[in-house]
Design a protein around this ligand. Structure first.
Ligand code: ZN
Ligand code: FE
Length: 239
């Protein structure tokens, strides 16, 4: 299974998961259709499924056009059936979603929105976390509670440490400044920041990140309890 990272809008990432035995693909969170169409046409890939992590426009904006053009299925959380455009396959927490060689476990991870989910391709050890877990950060709490977001991050934290994290935005550098301000003695964080800056200088994504690195460096994953997590989240909103 090959992953292609596709830049969309200002700082969004859509991801293509390609089954190279058949050139079939799923796209995660296509915020817009055009960059996906360009890639798919160019490489002669068959787009089979659209997987949405949540209903925000910068994650579902390309659904309608892509479905029209490729007649692909749209997969989304059962609780968001009325707000994910063109959704046809509804999934729920802990369910395995499968289509040919694509197989992912769904985790309901509310906080950013009440219906946010992640797709864990457990055989490949890759998880698509949308706007819940970012590299060195986490999503803003728009609809859920601090407790929901804290619990959602803890679910991801329990996955194998070598798991690759693919998130919805390139926010890593901004996030790193906040981590550093609150964890200035963290040597692993400092090392990671050097790597991040190098990637960005060469116009490369800082994604994927590895769960192990996030556990060591992401201040939101280091929060010991709900109270300290909530305090950090408030501080970050005004950072
Ligand atoms: Zn969002
Ligand atoms: Fe977003």
């Amino acid at each position: 299974m090959k992953i292609e990272i596709i830049k969309c809008l200002k700082d969004n990432y859509a991801y293509l998961i390609i089954d190279e035995t058949k050139q079939d693909a799923c796209v995660i969170d296509p915020s817009e259709a055009e960059p996906i169409i360009n890639f798919v046409e160019n490489k002669k890939i068959n787009l089979k499924n659209i997987l949405n992590t949540h209903h925000h426009y910068d994650h579902v904006g390309g659904n309608l056009e892509l479905k029209k053009k490729y007649n692909c299925n749209v997969i989304g959380f059962i609780g968001d059936k009325d707000r994910i455009p063109e959704v046809d396959i509804l999934v729920e927490d802990k369910q395995i979603w499968k289509d040919n060689n694509f197989e992912a476990k769904i985790y309901h991870i509310p906080g950013h929105t009440t219906g946010h989910i992640s797709y864990h391709f457990f055989k490949e050890k890759k998880i698509f976390t949308g706007d819940t877990l970012f590299s060195l950060g986490c999503g803003r709490i728009f609809e859920g509670t601090y407790e929901q977001m804290f619990n959602s991050l803890n679910k991801i934290k329990k996955l194998p440490p070598e798991t690759e994290i693919y998130c919805g935005h390139e926010y890593t550098l901004q996030n790193s400044n906040f981590c550093l301000a609150n964890d200035s003695k963290n040597l692993k964080l400092k090392e990671k920041i050097i790597k991040i800056k190098n990637k960005l200088k060469n116009d490369l994504p800082t994604i994927p990140t590895i769960l192990r690195d996030e556990i060591d460096c992401n201040i939101f994953l280091k929060a010991k309890d709900l109270k300290s997590f909530s305090k950090l989240r408030d501080l970050k909103d005004n950072f």
